[in-house]
Design a protein around this ligand. Sequence first.
Ligand SMILES: [Zn+2]
Length: 303
Amino acid sequence: MARLSRRTVLGAAAAFAAGTGAASAQTATASFGSAKLSILSDGSITLPGTFLARAAPRAEVEGLLTGAGLPTDVVTSSLNVPAVTRGDDVVMFDCGAGKNFLPGAGRLPDSISAAGIELEKVNHVLLTHAHPDHIWGALDDFDTPACPNATYHLAQTEWDFWMAPDVFSKLPEDRQAFAAGAQRVLKALEPQLKRFKSGDEVIPGVAAIDTAGHTPGHVSFEVRIGGEPFVIIGDAFTHPVVSFARPDWATVADQDGERAAASRRRLMDRLVADKLPFTAYHLPKGGIGRVEAAGNAFRYVPA
Ligand SMILES: [Zn+2]
């Protein structure tokens, strides 16, 4: 399939979506020195309220939610895809969920188009982990990488876990589709994909921070592209109230709950100590903000 016809098809699809008013483009933007951060929406997904904490007393979870004026039965989780631009360089972080995961997701192509970003000009795509809501949107309708000229980057540990032939035996029944999806997408990305280690400078100005636990190779990224640092967080923090007030609670999605909680607390401690702003994939309204210490826990302060 020639690139031209593919571009034409995608362009027509985006134009249609823009015409219907469905695209929500950038839900938030911020400047960090010479770098611009745009949060591109892939939509949002709705999860059961029980998803937030897998072992905590239900009354305590509901108390926190009610206290914040939030519903207790369902959690609406944003899908925020960060794009960092500086001059002609475009770096994206994660890829959205695509159209086959859950209703409400899969809007990233429209948002990218509405934000005026050309997929051909994305130089790098850095992945926090290989869960469906972060990588199933990596391929276009032709099952080829949506950013044709980008190098994709994933932690070696994350690659090794999901690509292992025996991954299925390490996951519960309800996660088998996650593994099948990860293998399908990562195989298609492989010709354009590089692996890194936690702590590496993945591309100039962007270093991977080990935040494993949510998945075995889950990372966050410290970005210093524009001179003023900030941090891009996948699923180390997933809820604007519960993650911060009870960082030691594992969510249903945290594969290794204890390790995920330790990573969450360590990262929050560091963001407080270094006064680093951040953006997190699932927080509301684009998820750009800061974290403050609050007693033995933390508080999210949206920008
Ligand atoms: Zn996620």
